[in-house]
Design a protein around this ligand. Structure first.
Ligand SMILES: *Cc1c(COP(=O)(O)O)cnc(C)c1O
Length: 378
């Protein structure tokens, strides 16, 4: 059994994917070929934003937006403490100061109350200028944008949605990557919509930001004259080949994969409720299930269950074994576990189980059976 079976997906979509790759090679337009523009249009229309700007990966996507907004030294960028490193690391790359915010213990997403408390703290200290909030749609569920956007408005901050794990999720009819002033996603192979290498994209309704980002991803070149560089930019492009792979994958994602992965999650919910703490999805929210993450009573039981599953050939992952405040690179901040009670607790209790659209009901039953057997035995 695989944690995320990309082979099963390829077998299912082989014909369209192979055709797309062959066409891209035959066209020989390997950089910014027509498939890149087609994909950007398809993504923007799926998400519901005016613009989509593809780039090399989800990390660059975040960095490019921060660069476009001129975020740098002296600026505070608020993000979740419980996420992949890039959500905060990109703020550090541009010279700004990440301010880590604790999470809600039930959704694992940025806690709006703690966010406001930390904004006020930064204002009171007077050393940094609050500028941007980077909420993360962890494990596929959108963050609490209604409350976060209200806080952003109150304090005059920009919102950059990190939708790397949330692509396909929604709040009501608003899809992930349409929140905030700009949003980013990643096409890393294991994300909800993955390619066959690295890839990423940025979404916005802002025309000026769109043209600035198109320049910044291509060495800061001017739109009129590509050998006149008006800005200092990056080299961050999505390959034509990856776009060709993503086009049929996006169609399958929309047509049935998202629905199927939600079906898998509901099988888990049914079979695991009463044995372990199952993930919750807020009323009116829709998850794309980048991860299905259960919680155990403590670290010993979490590690014990992971070992037990491994012995039965079932892979599982700990996302994440530590909060960002515990990362070696951020030790200089001197942050304390006690100031991050929800992430500190989650990092000891969480275990993510295999989930993907091609997981069979029998496999879910077998996994749930082993989880229940372990819980009964301890
Ligand atoms: C994966 C991920 C990223 C970075 O994406 P890459 O394409 O790997 O650079 C950023 N933020 C979050 C929350 C992620 O999960």
């Amino acid at each position: 059994m695989q944690f995320r079976d990309l082979g099963a997906q390829y077998l299912h979509l082989k014909h369209e994917i192979d055709q797309g790759i062959a066409q891209a090679i035959a066209g020989s337009s390997f950089i910014f070929g027509p498939q890149v523009g087609q994909l950007e249009q398809a993504l923007a229309s799926y998400v519901g934003t005016k613009h989509c700007i593809s780039c090399a990966n989800g990390t660059d996507a975040l960095q490019l937006v921060l660069m476009a907004w001129g975020i740098g030294p002296g600026d505070a960028v608020f993000t979740s403490d419980f996420t992949f490193f890039a959500s905060a690391g990109t703020a550090s790359i541009v010279g700004a100061s990440p301010v880590l915010v604790d999470i809600e213990e039930d959704t694992f997403n940025l806690c709006p109350m703690d966010l406001e408390r930390r904004i006020q703290q930064v204002l009171a200290e007077g050393k940094l200028q609050p500028k941007v909030i980077v909420p993360v749609d962890l494990f596929g569920q959108p963050a609490d944008y209604p409350r976060i956007e209200a806080i952003a408005k109150k304090y005059g901050l920009l919102v950059l949605e990190d939708g790397a794990q949330g692509f396909g999720g929604a709040i009501g009819s608003r899809r992930v990557c349409s929140f905030g002033d700009a949003a980013t996603t990643s096409f890393f192979p294991a994300k909800p919509l993955g390619c066959y290498g690295d890839g990423g994209a940025i979404f916005t309704n802002d025309d000026d930001l769109d043209s600035l980002l198109r320049s910044l991803r291509a060495q800061g070149r001017s739109p009129e004259d590509k050998y006149d560089n008006r800005l200092i930019g990056m080299n961050s492009r999505l390959d034509t080949l990856q776009a060709a792979i993503l086009l049929p994958k996006l169609r399958a994602f929309e047509a049935f994969e998202l629905e199927k992965v939600n079906q898998v999650a509901s099988w888990y919910d049914e079979l695991l409720t009463g044995h372990v703490r199952t993930p919750i999805v807020r009323e009116g929210y829709y998850s794309s299930w980048a991860q299905y993450t259960i919680q155990l009573a403590d670290r010993a039981r979490r590690d014990g269950l992971q070992q037990h599953l491994k012995q039965h050939g079932i892979p599982s992952m700990v996302y994440y074994p530590r909060g960002l405040h515990q990362q070696t690179a951020y030790q200089w901040m001197g942050l304390k576990d006690a100031d991050y009670p929800a992430t500190s607790a989650a990092s000891k209790r969480v275990l993510s189980l295999p989930i993907h659209p091609y997981l069979q009901q029998e496999e879910v039953c077998a996994i749930a059976h082993q989880v229940a057997a372990f819980i009964k035995g301890t």
